[in-house]
Design a protein around this ligand. Sequence first.
Ligand SMILES: *Cc1c(COP(=O)(O)O)cnc(C)c1O
Length: 374
Amino acid sequence: MQFRDLKKQYSVLKDEMDQAILDVVASSAYVMGPKVKEMEQAFADYVGVKHCIACASGTDALLLALKAWDVKAGDAVFVPSFTFFASAEVIAMQGATPVFVDVEQDTFNMDVRDLIYKIEHTIKAGQLKPKAIIAVDLFGLPADFKLIRPVAQRFGMYLLEDGAQGFGGRIGEQKVCSFGDIAATSFFPAKPVGCYGDGGAVFTNNDEWAALMDSYHIHGKGSDRYDNVRIGLNSRLDSIQAAILLVKLKAFKDYELVDVNTVAERYTEKLKGVVKTPEIPRGFYSSWAQYTIQVADKKVRAKLQDALKAADIPTAIYYPIPMHRQTAFSYLDPTMNQCPVADRLADTVLSLPIHPYLSEEDQDKICSVIISNL
Ligand SMILES: *Cc1c(COP(=O)(O)O)cnc(C)c1O
C-alpha cells in the first residue's frame, strides 16, 4: 500500500499528462515559457487573487514574501511551532528572529491566544519589532483567519499564509492562498496539488509586492534585463512542471478534492471514539494533505505503527520534533518559545495513508488493524 499513491494518479492521468509533457519538450521553451504564464493565470483564477507568481519551491515562495516586506535582523516573525521546518527556516534566513506560537490540539493550527500573548511579550521585552505572522494551513485545514487577521491588523503586522499543505481548502467560499496579505504554496509531489519535482508559488492582490516578488525570483531583475536592481534568487518554475500542474489542477477541481474528502469522512466515521480524529470547524473545508489521528502516548503510537507496518500499511509522524525543539533553533531564548501542546502532539500524532485514489478496501483494512490494536 502507498502512503500517497502518485503512481495510481499517473496511471489515471497518463494520456493527457504524457501529451502535455511531450508538447513542452517539443516546444523547446523550457524555462519561463508560455506554459508558466498559463499556469500562473489558472492558479490565480482558482484561488481568486490577482497575482500568482510561480517559483522553484514552497520554501522559496515563503522567502520571496519576506523579501518583498524587507523582513530583516531586528524583526520578530511569529510562526506555529508545529509545522514543517521551512515555515520557520525562511525567517532565520532573512536574519530575523522566529517566535514560536503554540497550536490547538483539535485543529493543529495556530492558537490565537498564545499568538497575542507572545506578541505582547515581545513588545514588552523591547528587543524586537513584531513584523509579520506566518499562519500555516496545517494538514490541509485553513488556519483560523477570522481570528488571526484582526490580530495582524491590531499590531500593524503583515500576514503571510503558508498554504503549502492547504491548497484547495476553504473557509466558507473563500479559498486557501487568498487569506494572507501574501500566500505561499508548494507543488512538491506529495502536496495536495504536486508537480513531478520541486515547485511553488506566491499569491497576492497587492501590485507592488507582486512586482517585487517577480523581480526577486529572477535575480532581482529590473526593467532592463541586464541591469539588476536588487539581490535576488534564481527561483523559477520549469515549463514542464507548469504543464504538469495544469493537468493536475484540472483533475483536482473535477474530482480529486471531493474524493479525498470522501476518504477523510469515511476514516472519521470508522475511527471516531477509537482514536482522536481530526476536527474540521464549522464552515471550514480541508484539502487533506494529511489525515492525522492522535493516540494516548508515544508507546501506544509505536505499537500501533508497528502493527500497521506488519500489515503493509505505511504511516508517518508529522511532526516528531516541534520547531522550538529543533537543534538549528537552539540559539533562541527558550522562555519566549514554550509550546506545550506542540510538545504533546509530537508524541501522540500519527498520519494515515490518504489520497483521492485510496480504495474502500484498503481503507477498511487500515481501520480494522487500528481497531484491533487499540
Ligand atoms: C512542504 C512545506 C513547505 C515547503 O515546501 P517545499 O516546496 O518543499 O520547499 C513549507 N511549509 C509547509 C507547511 C510545508 O508542508
